[in-house]
Design a protein around this ligand. Sequence first.
Ligand code: PGA
Length: 254
Amino acid sequence: MTRTPYIAANWKMHKTKTDVQDFCNVFSQKPFNTVSHTDIVICPPSIWLDTTFNSLKNTPVKIGSQNIHQAEEGAYTGEISASMVRSLGASITLIGHSERRQYFNETNEIVNQKLHLAYTHQLQAVVCIGESLEEREANNTNTVLTTQLTEGLKNAEALIKAVPSQLVIAYEPIWAIGTGKVASTEQAQEAHHHIRNVLSQLVSADIANQIRILYGGSVKPTNSQELLSQPDIDGALIGGASLEVESFWSIIKG
Ligand code: PGA
């Protein structure tokens, strides 16, 4: 089973409007025909979804939101909904990034509600999971990942089976995010293999083989190729190294 490689930028809370325009002006000139076998995604701050989408609309780059709220709409001051991001050109959304879980109290139950909304609004969901350093050191990595997947994907089995490409998993060990500490290729491959096994049990081996599993956490041009050469690592979710055109492009080029 060959899975299309998937390289996604997560800009987090970085870049002003001018920074976004400058990035897109340079990025849009890159020879995308040479990387046509790869899905390329940028998740800018939601306020720049429109600008990013319009600046890159002549390229194959897809635009994703970093978050959606778990309600369709309502009195949730400051929040953004699935239909709003969809109307700005986003076709993807990250769900349950560890920073959302840590700073905004996102539980697996909320992740699950967001996943269902993403399916309703035809947004591809990049569900982020990963263990903390304490959990890894206590040998609980696999248990944590199993729980995050089982609870996060609850009652979505039929949706996933109907459109497997609408689900992407990002494995991001919390201790490797923004710290410069990348998981070893063995650690990453082992976790990805475990994730695929859990997906096999939740849906089926055939569907699990179609779902892309991305690695995230201090991915750089210097370590991306080795990570991406692993059998169960299908792409990368990149924070810091996606902020500059040249380092992001270098990872995409492989
Ligand atoms: P990083 O962030 O590449 O800066 O470690 C990755 C992420 O949080 O998605």
